[in-house]
Design a binder for this molecule. Sequence first.
Ligand code: SAM
Length: 336
Amino acid sequence: MGERVASGAAVTPLVDTFGRVHRDLRISVTDRCNFRCTYCMPEEGMQWLPKSEILTFEELERVARLMVERFGIDSIRLTGGEPTMRAHLPVLIEKLAALPADLALTTNGATLRLVAHDLKAAGLQRINVSLDTFRTDRFQAITRRDDLARVLDGIDAALEEGLNPVKLNAVVMRGVNDDEIVDFATFGREHGVQVRFIEFMPLEAGEWWTNDAVVTFDEIVQRVTDVYPADPMPHGHDPAARFAYRDGKGSFGVIASVTQAFCGSCDRVRLTADGKFRNCLFALDEYDLREPLRSGASDDVLAEIIQRAVHNKWAGHQINNVHFIRPKRTMSQIGG
Ligand code: SAM
């Protein structure tokens, strides 16, 4: 059944065999990163994709346009690696901002002070900054970089530029940073940013993830609301379950990918920097779009590959199942 987009053309929603309609596209623009977070990458020895294997801006725009115009995708998020490491990123933002879809970016924030203005001017609307601690020594231990002050300043820069909302994503790991949960809530309330706590997922390079390292949704909510009473908000397709502070000072969210997987309402698909289409972060299969893009394939051919990928989407990830198999690539290579 066709809906209509601004151009007037009929759209065919991307529906999988479980009836999930896909409206959200995550595009990784680079596999490179200026951090080496212990839960994501090894300290040394990452093999970066050669430039020739990375989709060009024109190729990215073509896929994004097809997704929006043909399949009704209405939300695009740029990620990586670290997306701000992709040269001339504002040029891509300008191209994508022209599409009738919400456009957002996820960044580690280290260079935000330098780029926030250009990103906003190019048409970026909202931004998520990843930050897991407010302690300098801990920041260094987690990211293997000494950039805490820069990230905090980057958050200020995003707010000053009027990016709205500015969200702060924190991966909570037991024994690593779980004693800062309330500090995060306090920071969010004081700075007008929405904090989203993320359960630690088994996608890290060192494979040190265990179930015990996951600080659960229930625990996070309890710890925040013990100090700042809050009530659940209606839950849509956003992976974060949100809670509004009773005193009106904003809200916080929890992304419980492990203990309360939201696969049943997942509306997300992904494109890696090297042009592989993925139907899930944890999928074991990828569908190559780069070769067809570069050998002159028509939009119909690309659309058929995308529809096949969505058709083959599993009911849900298997993290809590003994049969769980990690994807071959880490979060930074897939695009977190
Ligand atoms: N460099 C950008 C950033 O820092 O936001 C974008 C890419 S990063 C891979 C995207 C998000 O994935 C970050 O918030 C990061 O903390 C999160 N992440 C990476 N590995 C993770 C894991 N094993 N479990 C949970 N979240 C993870």
